[in-house]
Write a protein of this length. Structure first.
Length: 584
């Protein structure tokens, strides 16, 4: 493995202005990344135009368009030329609605070819999309609108999405709500005639058409509050896309199935849909990872690659549509990431699905690790790969930030050409999440093998990974405190054979002082339903509702007075049962 060069002394000095919106890389490192050819000064709009020039009539996107009411509409095939034209058409339509380069716009659409068209339209306009997940609801979308002063929210016609959009508009009357796929919506969004529209010229620092400027915002799984916004530049994001596509060996024959949420970093860029487009391949959109729907799409479209979280893989490994592996199936590579994958499950992939496994360990903040295709079995099944770039700097440290030897678990810190240096408008959080010399504290506990491969051992951050969907414990604890029967609340993750982890809210109820002596603890089952309904009404995404609620007269505390979560986990962890991997 190439050893990353030590940063030059000037690399540690920053002369570019640090705003609370975007923390630039130190100029010395930025120069090194440009000199190495990682940052090419090319914005997404030019990237798309070049792809259309190279692959014009080839199919870029296949899938059901978004229809009225958020239901799947007709099946569409978009060539690279169509996609380029649609991006211009959406840019023109957005401009006609008054949107300009530099405006922040929440993109909240379910999987469909439309998501990519609208996303690329926003990028062509130079507006900066905030990549919400389709599962997000009023609570998350309103928080994004508040944090970012979003000029617009682009959503689908599904009644839940429309309800969430109305809540955003109530809180932020100036935020335009534009609806895709529904001509009867108040403000429908369809591509306009782009002939009369002129693409804005690069205005570094103002429009995101300058390649070093922010192109879009990814979302952090986080451990505190609502998800933080992650500013990704054209230069850094396109580098990770190109390098991912190359190291995964994608070609014009690649047919990638986008089965996980399309705008998540894994599905979008690792190498995902954009990596596939970069290679001239075809992206097929599925509404979700359900094995029956995906099996049909694989057969219909000749899918070669898919990205799954471990909980979805477990379903595929049991599905009659896949097991035993279909002779003649086109599926060649199943990429798995987003959450820990047990080695005994990993080993089942080739035999049961007739495809190679590739583990991917990444994060929306940047760093992505891949097991390289063709690696030996111990690497393929037993590690989460190694970083994309020779310039990804990795530190594994103890609690005092001192490096630990290979093989010893430690905190993973990283910096490099596509890892952010700061979240959007979060100076206090940034002071904790980054070291003074710019390493991002991932919150993951890993070991490194002497050959550089990383193995994820656990997590330090107070986040629950529920089948790849990340839940910041604090966000839900805080929301639960708003319920009249809750005095204190702690959200913990408990092991689950299918999801990896599921959530348990441990609640100390509010006691009425008059009835104090005689009052019995509320029934946990009844409280589970009540609190889940309460959180839904508060507008939280369904995946954040606690799977289980337990009631205690007082929460256990550490000597420092913090809730003792390890004690709670030990108390409520299920007795070991057969794992889905063993249970067949
Ligand atoms: C991906 O991105 P995020 O931002 O949703 O979550 C990142 C976190 C990591 O810090 C780690 O805790 C966990 O998800 N994670 C894994 C993992 N991949 C991610 N934990 C164990 N094994 C893995 N293979 O989840 C993401 C972004 C790009 C590519 C792939 C995943």
């Amino acid at each position: 493995m190439t050893v990353p060069p030590a940063p030059s002394p000037e690399g540690l000095v920053t002369d570019a202005p640090i705003t609370s919106e975007f923390t630039p890389w130190p100029p010395g490192l930025a120069r090194a990344y440009r000199a190495a050819g990682y940052w090419r000064g090319e914005p997404f709009s030019a990237w798309l135009r070049a792809l259309a020039g190279q692959f014009g009539p080839r199919p870029a996107l296949l899938g059901h368009a978004l229809g009225p009411g958020g239901q799947p509409g007709g099946w569409v095939t978009r060539t690279y030329a169509d996609l380029d034209a649609a991006a211009s058409g959406y840019a023109a339509a957005l401009a006609a609605r008054g949107l300009r380069a530099g405006d922040r716009v929440i993109l909240h659409l379910p999987n469909s070819p439309d998501v990519f068209e609208v996303l690329l339209g926003l990028l062509r306009l130079g507006a900066r999309p905030i990549l919400a997940l389709a599962a997000h609801r009023a609570a998350e979308l309103t928080a994004f609108a508040t944090q970012a002063h979003a000029r617009a929210l682009i959503t689908g016609g599904h009644p839940d999405a429309q309800r969430a959009a109305r809540a955003v508009q109530t809180a932020h009357p100036d935020t335009l709500v534009l609806t895709v796929g529904d001509p009867d919506a108040a403000l429908p969004l369809t591509p306009a005639d782009a002939a009369a529209w002129t693409e804005p010229a690069a205005q570094p620092g103002v429009s995101s058409q300058g390649a070093g400027d922010v192109a879009l915002y990814q979302l952090s799984g986080g451990s505190t509050g609502t998800p933080k916004l992650i500013p990704r530049t054209h230069d850094d994001y396109l580098y990770s896309i190109r390098a991912s596509a190359e190291l995964c060996g994608l070609t014009p024959d690649t047919v990638f199935l986008a089965a996980l949420p399309a705008t998540h970093n894994f599905t979008l860029t690792s190498p995902g849909a954009f990596g596939t487009l970069h290679a001239g391949g075809t992206v097929v959109t599925a509404p979700g990872p359900a094995p029956d729907v995906c099996a049909a799409l694989i057969e219909r479209c000749g899918v070669t690659h898919v990205a799954l979280v471990p909980s979805a893989l477990l379903l595929w490994l049991r599905a009659p549509q896949f097991t035993p592996a279909r002779p003649g199936s086109t599926l060649r590579v199943v990429q798995v990431g987003g959450a820990p994958l047990a080695p005994d499950v990993a080993r089942q992939v080739p035999q049961r699905l007739g495809a190679a496994l590739q583990q991917v360990f990444g994060m929306a903040e940047g760093l992505v690790n891949y097991v390289r295709p063709g690696s030996a079995g111990d690497v393929t099944y037993g590690t989460q790969g190694r970083p994309i770039s020779p310039h990804d700097e990795i530190l594994i440290v103890d609690d005092e930030d001192r490096p630990v030897p290979d093989g010893t678990p430690g905190h993973l810190l990283t910096r490099g050409p596509y890892t952010i240096r700061g979240y959007f408008r979060a100076p206090e959080h940034n002071a904790r999440a980054f070291t003074p010399d710019g390493y991002y504290r991932t919150g993951d506990i890993v070991t490194r093998r002497p050959d550089g491969h990383l193995i994820v051992q656990g997590r330090h951050k107070d986040q629950i990974n529920r089948g790849g969907e990340k839940i910041a414990a604090e966000e839900i604890e805080h929301a639960l405190l708003g319920h009249p029967r809750v005095f204190q609340a702690a959200l913990i993750g408990l092991p689950d054979p299918w999801l990896g982890e599921r959530t348990c809210a441990v609640v100390q109820p509010r006691v009425d002082p008059d009835e104090h002596a005689s009052q019995a603890l509320p029934d946990a089952c009844a409280l589970t339903l009540e609190l889940r309904r309460y959180l839904l009404e508060q507008g939280f995404a369904a995946f954040k509702l606690p799977d289980r609620v337990e009631v205690l007269p007082t929460l256990p505390r550490t000597p420092f007075g913090k809730v003792d979560k390890p004690a709670l986990r030990a108390r409520y962890a299920p007795t070991p049962a057969l794992s889905p991997a063993q249970d067949q």
